[in-house]
Design a protein around this ligand. Sequence first.
Ligand code: NAP
Length: 253
Amino acid sequence: MSDSPTRVAVVTGAARGIGAAVAQRLAADGMAVAVLDLDEAACKPVVDAITDAGGRAVAVGADVSDSAQVEAAVARVAAELGPPTVLVNNAGVLRDNLLFKMSESDWDTVMDVHLRGAFLMSKAVQAHMTAQRFGRIVNLSSTSALGNRGQANYSAAKAGLQGFTKTLAIELGPFGVTVNAIGPGFIVTEMTKTTAERVGVDFEQAKAQIAAEIPVRRPGMPEDIAHTVSFLASEGAGYVSGQVIYVAGGPKA
Ligand code: NAP
């Protein structure tokens, strides 16, 4: 039985991967969910899966790094589903390269989607949260925040999100809003599949090799992250704020 039957959640980057699993999980928890991604049409299968299961969802097309699109998207969600009080900043991109080969555009794109995107979305949604005196923001960081070769941009953005999380927790706590971050380890999605392909490694082989080094001996699945988001977004998690929870099958990356 859900403990949050009337909440409205916005999940960014929800057309696939971790975001899609999070959207479906929050809908199963009883929330109405805005499935937000760059391409609205790409969100439809996730919306259909939610509605087929008896839930409520809308597809919203928006680029999280564009303030006008973010404002319009959040206004649309509020009009169609009600005031959003749960936000999962999940949209992400990779532009991996060693520092000496990393272009300014590789740097800026990653900062724009992860950091600027989380900033703009949180700023737009917090107005509804503070008005409702309730809110849950969950930011997708990464074990890469601890350092990862070829990911100076991504690592900096994911570490930046941790500072962003802790500061918002301090600022928004008095309004009943908690803010936390999840740091996934290796999760099986298009993002990790594309990375394996880019470096010329068979994905199945990569998964087996990585699993052998993970204490629980398996790669992570999007549902592992969705389960943790579900906890952090729940009514009962109101005393957990400003935390980074690594979900990586073990204590370190
Ligand atoms: P994914 O499969 O690549 O999905 C990311 C989604 O975000 C895509 O649908 C993508 O749309 C969307 N997106 C990209 N830029 C956007 C923008 N500007 N506005 C709105 N949506 C945008 O990635 P994932 O593996 O599920 O990862 C989800 C999050 O978890 C990311 O923040 C990632 O950094 C983080 N994470 C993942 C892993 C992992 O192992 N998979 C580990 C640690 C952290 P397009 O397809 O149109 O680009």
